[in-house]
Ligand binder design. Structure first.
Ligand code: ADE
Ligand code: ZN
Length: 330
């Protein structure tokens, strides 16, 4: 399992910074450390999903400079590289950067520098999904989509939307239409906290992937539709178990979705908040959900095919997967 190359399509960049790095950035930026976001054990503290989003926003509020974004990106990608990941798509929120006074350019340039440095030092590739935040509203989402469409960046390959799922995704048709028309791949959070109806709403958008989507399992016809349309679910089992969507890995629907022919990939979502890593997600699939190493290879293959990066990079990623399998057999 350690030797299976990994690819991650669902991780929130602001959510990858562990408490120590957040502390370091607060000090560097001359800001008081918002200690109420940590529990007695020194880990991020939250009581439920909405409180998690609040803690996340608080931690993000001390990420202030392009250098901060560079450092978070670099640290995270190199951690993934050490676990055998070959490719990561980082979901980054310009709204969070704007709230602390960074321009979209400073935000993106910091992340791009982190990607370049991680490639040089750790041999891993990264790309960026620009994310709107649902609970910031349609107007903000339009701004984010327009900006991404009007000022293409070579590392920005997709558009996504995170945040509270309460509002139906279909209300965001316009920002998604703008992003898709600009050639960006599109994905959206649905079927995490909200039920299958949120996944149906997501299907009205020009998407090829869904972040989470697992609660589609509650609607057998919807599961058939996802399989038939080859929609890819970017699943985060540890996030779902820790946030309480499911009581245990054994109750998680991932194996049933796979059996039903739904394509899916693995992601860590917000790693230090949930004690997750991309390598850990691959491991729990084998140890707690009955998947085989071949299943894991298929999951990485799905991620490469569903990735929003260009074809040359995809070809290189396919070669890496193939070569690793060849080496395993010799
Ligand atoms: N933003 C960061 N993590 C998220 C999650 N798991 N769901 C929705 N929005 C998020
Ligand atoms: Zn997410």
């Amino acid at each position: 399992m350690e030797t299976v190359p990994k690819a991650e399509l669902h991780v929130h960049l602001e959510g990858t910074a562990p408490p120590e790095l957040v502390q370091h950035m607060a000090t560097r930026n001359g800001l008081p450390f918002p200690s109420r976001m940590l529990g007695a054990d020194g880990r991020f503290r939250y009581s439920d999903f909405l409180d998690f989003l609040r803690t996340y926003d608080l931690a993000a509020s001390v990420i202030r400079t392009a250098e901060d974004y560079r450092d978070i990106t670099y640290e995270y990608l190199c951690d993934c590289g050490r676990e055998g990941a070959i490719y990561v798509e980082l979901t980054a929120s310009p709204d969070h950067a704007r709230l602390v006074g960074l321009t979209d350019e400073e935000h993106l340039n910091g992340i791009a520098q982190g990607i370049d440095d991680a490639r040089r030092d750790c041999g891993i590739e990264g790309r960026i999904l620009i994310s709107a935040v649902k609970h910031f509203g349609v107007e903000q989402a339009l701004r984010v989509a327009r900006h991404a469409a009007e000022r293409p960046h070579p590392y920005v390959v997709g558009f996504s939307m995170a945040g509270d799922e309460a509002t139906p995704a279909a209300e965001f048709a316009e920002p998604f239409a703008i992003a898709a028309a600009a050639g960006l791949g599109c994905t959206v959070h649905a079927g995490e906290w909200a039920g299958p109806e949120s996944v149906r709403s997501a299907l009205t958008l020009p998407i090829t992937r869904i972040d989470h989507g697992i609660r589609a399992i509650e609607d057998p016809e919807l599961v058939k539709e996802l399989a038939a349309r080859e929609l890819v679910l970017d699943c985060c089992p540890t996030s779902n178990v820790i946030l309480g969507v499911y009581d245990s890995y054994e109750e998680h629907p991932l194996p049933r979705l796979l059996d039903a022919g739904v394509k899916l990939t693995l992601g860590s979502d917000d790693p230090p908040y949930f004690g997750a890593t991309i390598g850990g997600e691959y491991t729990v699939c084998v140890e707690r959900m009955g998947l085989s190493e071949d299943d894991l290879r298929d999951i990485t293959r799905t991620a490469i095919e569903a990735a929003f990066c260009d074809d040359d990079l995809k070809a290189r990623l396919r070669d890496s997967l193939q070569n690793a399998q060849h080496q395993d057999r010799t």
